[in-house]
Design a protein. Structure first.
Length: 256
């Protein structure tokens, strides 16, 4: 393996786990953070990984394998930067929550399909005569990247730049990875880079924190503090002493 192939394997694993962690975080405002969410995300990612590994093995011996992987990564990167807009739009419909959760999990995991093709293709290029050693090296490097992606997304990216910018950055890096496979995809990098800059400038989804995305909105005569789209406190703008929530009014009445 050369240095570029090491970088490709590590970056694929790195982006895979950022996408998984940030993808689950993207669903929190709509479905909560229960085990059902994580089971749906992890299960769907496993399905996507199995398909990608199989397909990567199928195309690994083809002469244009790098070209195909590059195209898959560029398309998936564009999809990734659109996810923070597509998933909320889908979940504002009145369809059954089970269907919405399944659809959202599928959308979030789809970009991982291209990432899972990367390792088998690298093994196919470098494993002639020593497939076992090549496979072990590629998956070790990829797993090291996954470890870094897991901790970086949870402890640095999501709390500081938020879920939308994190997923957008993942999309940009996926397109950068596609350029590593085939340099003619560079125009896709310019497009996704523009999306990422727009995310950072507009911050359309609220202020990120370690546990929630906080947002302040005015609705009628009240101002609400939302945590993942759930109202946790409110202020009556016409009468500061008058509670907005019914339970607050009941507690105030009982304390008299």
């Amino acid at each position: 393996m050369n240095q570029r192939e090491y970088l490709e394997a590590a970056l694929a694993g790195f982006l895979m786990m950022i996408l998984e962690v940030a993808g689950a975080r993207l669903l929190y405002p709509h479905f909560g953070s229960s085990m059902i969410i994580w089971a749906s995300i992890i299960g769907m990612f496993m399905i996507v990984l199995s398909i990608g590994y199989y397909w990567g093995g199928r195309i690994s011996a083809e002469k244009d394998a790098d070209d195909k992987v590059s195209l898959y990564l560029a398309a998936s990167g564009l999809l990734a930067v659109a996810l923070p807009f597509i998933v909320p739009m889908l979940n504002f419909t009145d369809l059954p929550w089970q269907f919405l959760l399944l659809s959202s999990a599928i959308l979030v995991s789809l970009p991982a399909l291209a990432l899972s093709v990367v390792s088998p293709v690298i093994i196919g290029k470098t494993g002639k005569g020593h497939a076992g050693k090549s496979a072990g090296t590629v998956y070790a490097v990829s797993t090291a990247g996954s470890i870094a992606g897991t901790f970086l997304s949870a402890f640095l990216l999501l709390p500081n730049i938020g879920v939308s910018a994190t997923i957008a950055a993942t999309g940009v890096l996926m397109v950068a990875l596609s350029v590593l496979f085939k340099s003619t995809r560079s125009h896709f990098l310019i497009i996704t880079g523009g999306f990422f800059i727009a995310y950072l400038m507009t911050n359309p989804f609220g202020t990120p924190t370690y546990f929630y995305t906080a947002k302040i909105v005015n609705e009628g005569d009240a101002r609400y503090l939302l945590m993942d789209n759930w109202a946790v406190s409110a202020l009556n703008l016409t009468d500061y002493s008058k509670p907005v929530f019914e339970y607050s009014a009941l507690m105030k009445e009982k304390m008299r």
